[in-house]
Design a protein around this ligand. Structure first.
Ligand SMILES: NC(=O)c1ccc[n+]([C@@H]2O[C@H](COP(=O)([O-])OP(=O)(O)OC[C@H]3O[C@@H](n4cnc5c(N)ncnc54)[C@H](O)[C@@H]3O)[C@@H](O)[C@H]2O)c1
Ligand SMILES: O=C(O)C1=N[C@H](C(=O)O)CCC1
Length: 233
């Protein structure tokens, strides 16, 4: 498969290595201010850029009907607009706040735990994420997906950036520490005990492998999908 990398930063470089190990060819490596013309040689584009760039990049690929895998976070408020464009253009998209298998299993565990905890008022929820200091957005896309999974299964109706929960809104504490690849913690605390689930990424390989698997999966498909569809969860 011919892969175009839209964003050749920390993630783009790991995706390149893993895609080549799986026998794929990288036909474009595009960074900020580069021409996108070479992307047209791609069977699929893998986009990991920056929150302010994702929307324009998505529209570019969708309008040219180049299948696109989008891992960039921080553009979710435009998701319905993008789904409509994919449908109008008969294009193909997989997007995910986190492409790793482990985190996608963690998402399912989080939803089940939230549903179990909801009747028990003695337990207070806490959500925390830790990432490297270069990360542009806070809270992480993964932490937002975790909050949405909790909202689906409890009385919580929204989320905000901050350590404390407020009435029906989940507080997401976002910490930045040197070289942390991605750590997410959901805990339910009572006066007598604590239940916590935690995912720690040891490297970026899990995110990159998931993105390449999603690209392989998308090749013969049309429509908008998430990693949950790719993994059949
Ligand atoms: N979904 C996931 O599994 C997952 C995993 C890791 C990171 N991310 C997200 O991916 C994004 C990138 O992460 P990173 O660590 O690789 O960042 P990075 O800053 O190391 O690399 C981003 C690259 O994108 C390029 N870029 C910026 N704007 C561009 C544009 N308009 N067109 C083309 N290239 C552009 C930059 O030049 C840079 O090289 C972030 O939003 C991050 O949150 C998602
Ligand atoms: O390094 C990043 O940036 C990451 N971003 C994603 C997020 O915002 O959840 C996934 C984890 C790594």
């Amino acid at each position: 498969m011919k892969i175009g990398l839209l964003g050749y930063g920390k993630m783009g470089k790991v995706i390149e290595r893993i895609a080549q190990e799986r026998g794929h060819e990288i036909v474009a490596r595009i960074n900020k201010d580069d021409s996108k013309n070479d992307l047209e040689k791609s069977d699929v584009v893998i986009e990991f850029t920056a929150p302010e760039s994702a929307l324009e990049n998505l529209k570019y690929c969708i309008n040219k009907q180049i299948p696109i895998i989008c891992g960039t976070t921080g553009w979710n408020s435009s998701i319905e607009e993008i789904y409509k464009l994919v449908s109008d253009q008969n294009a193909a998209l997989v997007h995910a706040s986190n492409f790793s298998l482990g985190v996608n299993l963690f998402f399912e565990l989080n939803k089940r735990l939230a549903a179990l905890m909801e009747p028990f008022e003695d337990y207070q929820l806490a959500v925390q994420e830790i990432h490297h200091t270069e990360k542009a957005d806070a809270p992480s896309g993964t932490a937002i997906t975790l909050a949405e999974g909790i909202m689906e299964n409890t009385h919580f109706k929204g989320w905000h950036l901050g350590k404390e929960n407020e009435k029906d809104s989940i507080g997401i504490e976002a910490l930045r520490e040197h070289d942390v690849k991605g750590t997410h913690l959901v805990s339910w605390n009572s006066d007598v005990d604590q239940i916590e689930i935690k995912h720690t990424a040891h490297s970026r390989d899990g995110f990159a492998l998931g993105a390449v698997i999603a690209a392989e999966w998308l090749l013969d498909k049309k429509g908008s999908f998430t990693m949950k569809d790719v993994l059949g969860l």
